[in-house]
Design a protein around this ligand. Sequence first.
Ligand SMILES: NC(=O)c1ccc[n+]([C@@H]2O[C@H](COP(=O)([O-])OP(=O)(O)OC[C@H]3O[C@@H](n4cnc5c(N)ncnc54)[C@H](O)[C@@H]3O)[C@@H](O)[C@H]2O)c1
Length: 131
Amino acid sequence: MTSKKKIAVVTGGAGFIGSHMVDLLLYKNYHVRVIDNLAGGHKKNLKHNSNNPHLKFNNIDICKLKPNSKLFKNVDYVFHFAGVGDIVPSIENPVKYITNNVQGTVKVFRSRSLFKSKKIYLCCISILLWD
Ligand SMILES: NC(=O)c1ccc[n+]([C@@H]2O[C@H](COP(=O)([O-])OP(=O)(O)OC[C@H]3O[C@@H](n4cnc5c(N)ncnc54)[C@H](O)[C@@H]3O)[C@@H](O)[C@H]2O)c1
């Protein structure tokens, strides 16, 4: 008897933390959908899995996700690592960082809730607050 593979979305899956999460999920027998616009990550971080039929890379900006994006359809878990986190540049250009990290996160939450994924795991996104 064959059991259906669970599906996970990893945003920022071509980045440092996300690519290791992809390794773990594939090892745990998940089907993995990566969403990454390669703003800071690299496809070479996923190269060793490039022949794995259970990994699908999607070069997409999370800020441009549509609420009904099919990428979240039938997904069991969402691991959200997509973000930019350079400290000094985020002080110099806060709007760019807030737009990417906050608005992007809202888009991920909106898509995820539409398809009622079981859980979303949120990595601590580096955002600087100032007064
Ligand atoms: N590495 C750490 O020690 C650490 C510590 C605290 C917080 N964080 C946060 O955890 C997250 C992941 O960290 P990391 O070290 O893996 O960073 P990383 O830069 O290696 O990975 C982030 C990934 O997100 C992608 N990305 C950025 N903006 C995107 C967008 N709009 N749409 C799609 N993809 C986008 C990048 O291309 C990259 O692959 C970041 O938000 C980071 O700020 C990391």
